[in-house]
Design a protein around this ligand. Structure first.
Ligand SMILES: Cc1cc2nc3c(=O)[nH]c(=O)nc-3n(C[C@H](O)[C@H](O)[C@H](O)COP(=O)(O)OP(=O)(O)OC[C@H]3O[C@@H](n4cnc5c(N)ncnc54)[C@H](O)[C@@H]3O)c2cc1C
Length: 760
């Protein structure tokens, strides 16, 4: 029986204290260097050695790619809820490098002697089964609290603690009840190799139990632990793996081909054996497997019966390319994490997670073979205009491409992946005394914001985010990988800075950061019982302030007994207290203060305002954007009427101007350089918001597409002035003639009749 698993090679570290921890570290580093897939640390709290989970954390910090398996052999001595949290934490800290195996090989007396519960032998398997329930429930990404009502373990509303990836849970042991448990519940089964007969018998029991539980036997990976030594050709080849490399291959081949072993763990502390196994056995073994099996040593993707049942009909899942970072389907535990965005709910048929430009091209090619499906791109999922999720389509998810790398300290060049979030960027640049003007919310992704504009707390002092862009790597609609900068593919580079979503998928951004020290940051809540007056006064404050001041205003109408208030968040790009106070005072004088806070803080501290919680949004955001030269009394009066209508729940104005206007409008596809204000309203219903928005529209000269969720064709003409749009259309014809990139202010090749009248 072969289960078509990919072949994995692991190193089993010894339990107990016979090797010290520095030696373990050297062995793991060697294994990582030699290309071993994983290392397993056995946990036996009854033996005198460093605690295994602690040791794994220490090893995790000293390695970067090798997977780490917590091989818990005395589960009754571990609280499964605490264990689940520790493993999930390590998995997150290592970006998804953990495996877990549960077993109970210690005797009942040993468990009791080490402080564990008194268990009958027959109860052990039940304890393991419930431990799996606890771990899976705590790792579940479904909404709500964790609950398990077992005989041995109970969770009655515990906070969940999901790992970074779907950590496989294995069962260790060869007794019939453990084999059946593995078949019924586990992702993997692990045992020390004891000959092909024993292996075949164990497999049969696991397979039967799996089928009875409605699972396919190949859902359970088979992992064996082997030890042995190498001898010279001509020396006597004894039973087991005391053999030449060729004889090892001959011995191991049937275990993989005929008995479905997917993971071979070498139990050795001998560096020569570890090295020769990787160099002389594994390559030859892979070649022999490739020759013997149609799918070779790469295997086939494992889909559980439960996951298969939740697939979306009509989707060609078999055509999904191998070699992506992760493929997430509706039946996967990770689906809850990737299905929705921050403001938009979705149920895509498949999420293609990518971690390299080549994988982006593979995912895109798949999407192009299925043009009937919607194709959003997602970096960090905070799209408003950008529909980065959908119902029943594909999502190309770039969140794993989140590296932040300083390229050159002298020129402050940094390379940032699209999946990085602005709070991470700010934190990474802070130690250098640098910052990049970005937005007001740390959870927003680089990919969406840096392809549209970037209006943040430093915008008047330092310009838009795109003004700091020096080069991009991108994948075009035809799958080609290109670079664009002021000297290469200059037309694309122009388009990326303001209309990037229309021309490709950016896989990395090269920015020039600015020197930014601590900044003044004020949050004031003021009386706005005369909203029109406050708006005009605040507008004047913005326009008369030096460019080091950027202020964002949220207006809230009176609700019940709560008065109408204006909340401003204002940044002063200065660490001098007197300057900060002098800049904020005119604002504080505008109206009575209900609350105030003024601090001098690192820019990174202001952006550290987003959580790591998974998005649980449902439905669609309803949002409109307009760009304004001045806040006139007429606009303020119209805005006050919109505010008091009750039809919008969010009314925000952001300051622009200052350094934004330093860049020529024709230099980037973001061309509305003369606006001093960006207005955003959000409501619940498109029709209601459109009706109210119509009262404000006459005042606007363009819009910032990122804040506008409307699909009305005339919104395209608001986003880009006529000349800019004409140039973008030419580029669309050249680079995306089939309109593949259509998830965000998609520019139709031909202007729609409905919109031509609105063109300016
Ligand atoms: C709470 C919140 C606060 C915000 N604050 C600000 C702010 O202060 N300033 C500001 O300017 N904007 C702000 N925005 C708007 C934000 O910049 C956009 O919504 C942006 O698209 C989000 O980027 P993302 O990568 O998180 O989004 P995603 O949802 O991942 O992507 C949105 C869209 O961007 C495009 N896109 C994403 N990645 C790429 C890529 N790698 N290559 C090409 N196109 C790509 C796609 O069209 C995609 O549909 C805010 C949004 C929210 C929800």
């Amino acid at each position: 029986m072969n289960y078509a698993h990919s072949l994995e090679l692991g190193l089993q570290l010894p339990q107990g204290a016979e090797v010290d921890d520095d030696a373990r570290h050297r062995l793991v580093s060697l294994a990582e260097e030699l290309g071993y897939d994983l290392v397993s640390v056995v946990d036996r709290p009854d033996l005198p050695a460093t605690d295994a989970v602690t040791l794994l954390g220490w090893l995790a910090a000293r390695t970067s790619t090798i997977r780490l398996s917590a091989d818990i052999r005395a589960l009754p001595l571990r609280d499964p809820a605490v264990l689940a949290r520790s493993v999930a934490s390590l998995d997150r800290l290592t970006s998804g490098r953990l495996d877990l195996v549960l077993g109970a090989e210690t005797s009942a007396d040993t468990v009791v002697a080490a402080g564990g519960p008194q268990l009958e032998k027959a109860e052990t398997c039940g304890v393991l089964g419930e431990a799996i329930d606890v771990v899976r429930e705590l790792w579940s990404m479904e909404r709500g609290l964790a609950r398990v009502d077992g005989r041995h373990y109970r969770l009655s509303g515990a906070a969940k603690a999901a790992p970074a990836h779907e950590v496989p849970v294995g069962v260790y042991g060869t007794t019939p009840d453990l084999l059946e448990l593995a078949g019924r519940r586990a992702d993997a089964w692990s045992a020390r190799y004891a000959g092909t007969d024993a292996l075949a018998a164990s497999n049969a029991t696991i397979d039967d139990a799996a089928r009875q539980a409605g699972r396919a036997p190949r859902e359970i990976r088979r992992r064996i632990i082997v030890n042995g030594t190498f001898i010279q050709a001509g020396e006597e080849h004894s039973l087991g793996l005391t053999a030449t490399p060729t004889q090892w291959v001959t011995e191991l081949l049937p275990l993989v081909v005929d008995h479905g072993v997917g993971t071979i763990m070498l139990d050795s502390v001998d560096t020569d054996t570890i090295t020769r196994f990787a160099r002389e056995v594994i390559p030859a073994l892979r070649a022999a497997i490739d020759a013997a099996l149609p799918y070779g040593s790469a295997g086939l993707r494992v889909r559980t019966a439960a996951a298969l049942a939740r697939r979306t009909p009509g989707i060609d899942y078999d055509d999904v390319p191998a070699g992506l970072a992760e493929i997430v389907e509706p039946g996967d535990r990770a689906y809850a994490r990737y299905r929705s965005g921050y403001l938009r709910g979705g149920s895509p048929a498949v999420v293609l997670r990518v971690s390299t430009p080549e994988q982006v091209a593979l995912a895109l090619a798949y999407a192009r073979r299925h043009p009937e499906l919607p194709l959003p791109r997602r970096s960090a999922g905070h799209g408003i205009s950008g529909r980065s999720t959908n119902e029943g389509g594909i999502v190309i998810d770039l969140s794993a491409m989140n590296q932040i790398e300083v390229l050159d300290e002298a020129t402050r060049r940094v390379r940032i992946g699209p999946g990085a979030r602005w709070m991470e960027v700010a934190a990474a640049l802070h130690p250098y005394g640098w910052a990049l003007s970005s937005g007001d919310y740390g959870g927003v992704g680089v990919g969406g914001l840096a392809t549209a504009g970037g209006i943040g707390y430093l915008v008047r002092a330092h310009g838009l985010t795109i003004d700091h862009l020096r080069a991009v790597d991108m994948v075009l609609a035809d799958g080609s990988l290109v670079q664009a900068s002021e000297t290469e593919n200059t037309d694309l580079f122009w388009a990326v800075r303001g209309a990037g979503a229309n021309v490709g998928i950016v896989t990395s951004f090269e920015f020039e950061a600015d020197v930014v020290g601590p900044v003044g940051y004020a949050e004031l809540t003021q009386d706005a019982s005369d909203p029109a007056r406050f708006l005009v006064d605040w507008g004047q404050f913005v326009e008369t302030s030096p460019r080091e001041v950027t202020s964002f205003l949220i207006m809230s109408p009176a609700r019940g007994r709560q008065p109408a208030v204006a909340l401003t968040r204002t940044m002063v790009d200065s660490d001098d207290p007197e300057t900060v106070v002098a800049r904020i005072e005119p604002l504080a004088d505008l109206a009575a203060l209900y609350a105030q806070q003024v601090q001098i803080v690192p820019y990174a501290a202001v952006l550290a305002n987003a959580s790591d919680e998974e998005p649980v949004s449902q439905g669609e955001p309803v949002s409109r954007s307009g760009l304004l030269r001045h806040i006139t009394p007429e606009f303020a009066a119209a805005a006050a009427r919109v505010l008091s209508s009750g039809g919008v729940h969010w009314f925000q104005i952001r300051a622009l101007g200052g350094a934004v206007a330093d860049t020529d409008p024709d230099a980037t596809a973001f061309a509305h350089r003369d606006a001093n204000f960006s207005v955003v309203v959000m409501g619940r219903q498109d029709s209601v918001v459109d009706r109210l928005w119509a009262r404000l529209e006459p005042f606007f000269e363009g819009s910032y597409l990122s804040f506008d969720s409307s699909l009305r064709p005339d919104r395209i003409e608001q986003a880009w002035p006529t000349r800019t749009l004409a140039r973008l259309r030419e580029l669309k014809v050249a680079y995306d003639p089939d309109g593949v990139f259509n998830d965000n202010f998609h520019i139709p090749l031909v202007p729609s009749p409905a919109s031509t009248g609105a063109a300016r």
